[in-house]
Ligand binder design. Structure first.
Ligand code: BGC
Length: 748
């Protein structure tokens, strides 16, 4: 949420009359270790069952809500024990139940500045998903888990996986792209990594929260089949692979009901069809009722207790909420705490491993940067030959930009473009990390002349660029939660700047720092383009390593870069009418809680999300999904496709991948399926991939297994996945638009 998180301690102190349900920290360690539910040989479900039986109604209700947040809900005096994160749920020491300390943690742990701590910024989630590397995603989540624990948190609020239906969504950088298989698999690995550190993981924002404009009011219209095969499939895969302890339901309405009181989403799909065992918590102020939300499957309200505190107790007493329903909510929360290890292995505060974090962040950044253009092998630069470089724009003398909102990680020492000393960040302020491309480029070429131009005057930048062997322009597009982009064009006249530099120097390289795709009217005029996303704490080191060839780029786009905004399924985002928004009035939370008047947005492109849209509509794109260059070259041959005789509908593929260059590299080999016409699907869908490391001239046999689910369609009438009998054509290659291998197989 966008309002200050910090609880106003002074006003709280006056309320402190030792009303703690929770005992002081020391007492918590005297947990009833001998209690039957502390028996670690029992399953989490059994332990939760035993515990629920011991609880009073007050204790049960105390687990169903947070303790409030300034501007969003009244604050409980108990909030004083919060660890400083976005959410705090009091513990029950008598039963050995610790408090739940939640922190936002999209690309690193949030609010370090105001809490006097430090956290590593990883590359943006979208950037990380460009690595298509499931092990890297695990490491990403594990780093977050370790830093959460070191800071005293036991629950993450990361795991964003809303599908990029609308690339101008201000949170696109927090999500994992436009394909449900890639996004769901990557977020699943990330969650596994976090939970392996004994932190409760989360996946969010469930569901179809694909624009920020009017997010508390918008009513998304989308048909069930499209939803199940796109936005919800990303969650389905993420939930099944990651087994998160929690799912965060979103702000918006879906087909009439708010997501957090939507029984189709929460009960029919999540809890029944997907057999989700964890708990559902609301996004911050996305709860709008007690009995309706509870019956629909919401287990926990954040950040306060407007509906799931005394109102819940009253609803149980009066029979409007069944006691068994209350117990189910509590059981789910406790089960996740046991399953994720936060009861048996509570966090120990410590010093974050800064050097270790840098290493992980840099390595992931290096494997996330996508080389989009490299005419005449402009890159890598030869450090022993280049004599002069001009570095231009985007504060590249001091830093690289990061994504804003509740994902924001605080940079050490404060915003790199401001005077030093401010270690905190403010909502919707552009935050630049102190990782300097200029310094890192200089360090690679100590003998060369490396000059800097701020890029504020295109003709001056062009004049300086003319004097150098090479010009490197850094360009940015900033985005944040709480807003959408007006357009996919680079802001602040940067198109003009790049065009001026390119006109002056034929060796112009553009390094993009963006959260979403951008349009590039200058693409034909520059010699190289590198998409670095929001590159994190060590972004500049990673960029320099790629530019000078110490790292061979291997990432591929997880999202299409359209040629023009006019080609998007919706050329304009539907904006809310005034009555569906609030303007920061002090009592706005009351209006939001009561429900702002809905306004509709209709996703009538349906199944055609991302590349599926451009394929189906035959629209030319700037850079397609799955595309990315390398300093190596690869060839594909010898495809063999076989239906798995043991498991109907599963398919195995084998093919040969060869590195035809003299440089070691890694290729992401992508497999798409064209379904039979009777399936009425977009032209093709991603059904698998493999990231393969190859030495110079090396060939490898690559195997990809495609499970039946990824070849199926969702049959709404039968409420289930269905494989349509017929011929399935598999196409394999290095991008969604470069697929040299093709073979069909008949499936039934
Ligand atoms: C965001 C969530 C976030 C929560 C807590 C909300 O505004 O949508 O992603 O986890 O605030 O900060």
């Amino acid at each position: 949420m966008h309002l200050p998180r910090r609880v106003c301690l002074l006003s709280l102190l006056s309320l402190l009359v030792l009303r703690f349900v929770e005992a002081p920290a020391a007492a918590q360690s005297s947990a009833p270790n001998q209690a039957p539910w502390m028996n670690t040989s029992l399953a989490p479900e059994q332990r939760a069952d035993l515990l629920v039986k011991e609880m009073t109604i007050d204790e049960k209700v105390s687990l169903l809500h947070g303790t409030g947040m300034e501007g969003l809900s009244p604050i409980s005096p108990l909030a004083i024990r919060s660890n400083g994160g976005a959410g705090y749920v009091v513990g029950i020491p008598r039963l050995g139940i610790p408090a739940i300390q939640m922190s936002d943690a999209a690309y690193g742990v949030r609010s370090s500045g105001e809490n006097g701590r430090y956290s590593t910024a990883l590359p943006s989630n979208l950037g990380a998903s460009a690595s298509w590397d499931l092990d890297a995603a695990f490491e990403y989540g594990a780093l977050i888990g370790r830093e959460l624990r070191a800071q005293g948190y036991n629950m993450s609020l990361g795991g964003g996986v809303n599908l990029a239906r609308e690339p101008r969504n201000g949170r696109t950088f927090e999500y994992m792209g436009e394909d449900p298989l890639l996004a769901g698999s990557m977020v699943g690995s990330l969650i596994r990594g976090t939970q392996a550190q004994h932190v409760v993981g989360d996946i969010k924002h469930y569901a179809v929260n694909d624009q920020e404009s009017g997010r508390n009011a918008v009513n998304v219209h989308i048909d069930k089949r499209s939803m199940r095969e796109s936005d919800l499939l990303a969650f389905e895969i993420g939930v099944s692979k990651g087994k998160p302890g929690a799912v965060m339901c979103s702000y918006n309405r879906v087909n009439g009901d708010y997501a957090c009181e939507n029984s189709y989403l929460l009960t029919d799909v999540l809890k029944k069809d997907w057999d989700f065992q964890g708990f559902v918590l609301s996004d911050w102020q996305a709860t709008h009722s007690t009995a309706k939300a509870s019956a629909a499957g919401l287990d926990h309200e954040e950040p306060g207790e407007i509906f799931f505190g005394s109102a819940m107790k009253e609803a149980v007493r009066s029979g409007r909420v069944r006691a068994t329903e209350l117990d189910d909510h509590v059981r789910r929360i406790l089960r996740s705490m046991f399953a994720c290890g936060v009861i048996d292995d509570p966090p120990q505060k410590g010093v974050v491993d800064v050097a270790g974090g840098f290493e992980v962040s840099r390595t992931i950044a290096e494997h996330s940067m996508v080389l989009l253009k490299n005419e005449n092998s402009q890159l890598p630069l030869n450090a022993s030959k280049v004599r002069s470089i001009v570095v231009i724009g985007a504060h590249s003398d001091v830093g690289m930009i990061s994504g804003g909102g509740s994902a924001q990680v605080d940079p050490p020492g404060g915003n790199a473009i401001l005077p030093p000393g401010k270690g905190q960040t403010r909502w919707q302020e552009q935050i630049w990390f102190p990782t300097s491309p200029l310094k890192n480029i200089r360090a690679k070429v100590p003998g060369a002349r490396v000059q800097f131009d701020a890029g504020t005057d295109p003709s001056a930048a062009g004049a300086l660029a003319k004097t150098a062997d090479v010009a490197i322009v850094f360009a940015y597009q900033w985005e944040s939660e709480g807003m959408d982009l007006d357009s996919l064009a680079l802001p602040d006249h940067q198109d003009e700047l790049i065009a001026a530099v390119a006109a002056a120097n034929p060796h112009t390289i553009v390094a993009l720092e963006t959260g979403s795709p951008v349009t590039m009217p200058w693409a034909g005029q520059v010699s190289a383009i590198l998409e670095t996303w929001y590159a994190g704490s060590q972004g500049a080191e990673a960029v320099a390593n790629v530019i000078f060839g110490e790292v061979n780029p291997s990432a591929k786009l997880p999202i299409t870069f359209p040629a023009s905004e006019a080609d998007l399924p919706h050329p304009h985002i539907v904006m809310p009418p005034p009555e569906s928004t609030t303007n920061g009035e002090p009592d706005a939370w009351k209006k939001i809680a009561a429900g702002l008047p809905p306004f509709p947005t209709t996703y009538d492109e349906g199944l055609k999300v991302g590349y599926k849209w451009y394929d189906a509509e035959k629209k030319h794109v700037l850079f397609p999904f799955g595309y990315g260059l390398s300093y190596s070259a690869y060839s594909y041959s010898n495809l063999r496709v076989a239906a798995d005789p043991a498991q109907a509908g599963n398919v195995s593929l084998h093919f040969t991948l060869t590195n035809t260059s003299n440089r070691t590299g890694a290729e992401i080999a992508e497999v798409y399926a064209i379904l039979p016409a009777a399936a009425s699907e977009p032209p093709k869908r991603l059904v698998g991939w493999s990231k393969v490391k190859l030495n110079p001239s090396e060939s490898k046999d690559v195997a990809v297994e495609v499970p039946r689910l990824y070849l199926s369609i969702f049959n709404v009438e039968h409420n289930g996945w269905q494989l349509v009998p017929g011929d399935y054509t598999f196409v394999v290659g290095g991008s969604s638009q470069d697929l040299p291998l093709r073979q069909s197989v008949s499936l039934k």
